[in-house]
Design a protein around this ligand. Structure first.
Ligand SMILES: *Cc1c(COP(=O)(O)O)cnc(C)c1O
Length: 364
């Protein structure tokens, strides 16, 4: 069932047991599914995300991660509000695009793709633009692998009383985050990233008191976060429309495996070790990373092409033949490729990967 490992930032390599969990069919109206699976997941997500779970609630939403970002912005930001998006990559930029589609009052604060978002600049902007009501930011910008300083950003935003929305798509479950301690109001992630499930739905963890005020704000039926939540809440795990039942069951298994591994802290340690072996190995072969080490997440790493003649396609297919699928780069300023460290992949896999890259004998 595993022709090659996906060293990509999601969909990613999942365990055999997560895949096996999809082998039965579920009725969306039956309590075996609603109460036995969906409600268990919602409760566990809130507990994973917050040291004060009673203040938060979880909503599951059909579709990929972007659907959940759109549902959140479209359901939490009113026409009279003003959203500040801090962007240092494609996913930050995408939040600005969503805001445009919804005709939201939105300012995009653009940062270099190769640099972390600067909390001080956000603070200065908020001090001179009191009309801003909401701030959104990406935690791990998967475009490059940069890890934005969430703690400092949250401090600046919450000190000024703004609503904080975090796209933690590629970090939640793999990098410790405490929503309550940081004051995060909405956090968005999806099934096929660090929780190590399969794609098909995403989730939003929201401050309950704020979500309760979002009734009637959404300008999309399918992506009405409030309505999705109130149906789930009142119906004890019932989704409004057909849910990806097999994917949801696989996700419950993935959560169980996260717990068995030792929780987010243990998973983070494994990803860090994967990343360390990858970067040390690649550097020993002459490759250079795009980012400086202090801005780099353990989630995904961008490497420069070693020279102008580097044939990424040939490199890609050579590694694929050896059982590793890597990822092209996504930035315009430099030729790069990316290698992910997340998923059901382990330090031994990265030791093998480096050995295979070494054998390719790329000359610099
Ligand atoms: C994966 C990801 C998303 C969502 O992308 P989809 O293709 O819609 O799943 C959003 N933000 C970040 C930071 C991501 O890594």
């Amino acid at each position: 069932m595993r022709p090659y490992l996906l060293l990509t930032p999601g969909p990613l390599t999942t365990s055999e047991t997560v895949k096996e969990a999809m082998m039965s069919d579920w009725c969306t109206w039956d309590e075996d599914y609603n109460i036995g699976i969906v409600e268990v997941i919602r409760k566990q997500l809130v507990e994973l995300a917050s040291s004060r779970p009673e203040e938060y609630t979880a909503v599951l939403m059909q579709g990929s991660g972007t659907f959940c970002v759109e549902a959140t912005l479209g359901s939490a930001v009113r026409p009279e509000d003003c959203l500040l998006v801090a962007a240092n990559g494609a996913y930050g930029k995408r939040m600005g695009v969503i805001a445009d589609y919804y005709h939201l009052n939105c300012r995009v604060m653009q940062f270099e793709e190769t640099q972390a978002v600067c909390p001080e600049r956000i603070g200065e902007y908020l001090d001179t633009h009191p009309e801003v009501t909401h701030v959104s930011v990406v935690h791990c910008e998967t475009t490059t692998g940069v890890l934005n300083p969430l703690e400092e950003i949250a401090k600046v935003v919450k000190a000024r009383g703004k609503v904080l929305i975090v796209d933690a798509m590629s970090s939640f479950g793999g990098v410790p985050i405490d929503m309550a301690a940081l004051g995060i109001d909405f956090l968005i992630s999806s099934a096929n990233k660090c929780i190590q499930g399969v794609p098909g739905f995403g989730f939003i963890i929201a401050r309950r008191s704020l979500l309760e005020q979002c009734r009637g704000v959404a300008r999309s039926l399918s992506l009405d976060l409030y309505d999705q939540w109130s149906t789930m809440e009142k119906g004890h795990g019932k989704w409004r429309f057909t849910s990806p039942t097999h994917v949801v069951r696989a996700f419950m298994q993935a959560l169980k495996e996260l717990q068995m591994e030792g929780g987010v802290v243990a998973r983070h340690a494994r990803y860090c070790e994967n990343h360390r072996i990858l970067v040390e190995g690649m550097r020993s072969l002459g490759f250079r990373t795009l980012l400086s080490d202090d801005e780099q997440s353990p989630v995904i790493t961008s490497f420069y092409y070693p020279d102008a003649d580097f044939d990424f396609k040939a490199f890609y297919y050579a590694l694929k033949a050896k059982g590793f699928v890597i990822y092209p780069g996504k930035i315009s300023q430099a030729d790069t490729f990316r290698i992910g460290n997340i998923g059901d992949v382990f330090p031994t896999d990265f030791i093998r990967l480096i050995e295979e890259v070494r054998k390719l004998d790329i000359r610099f």
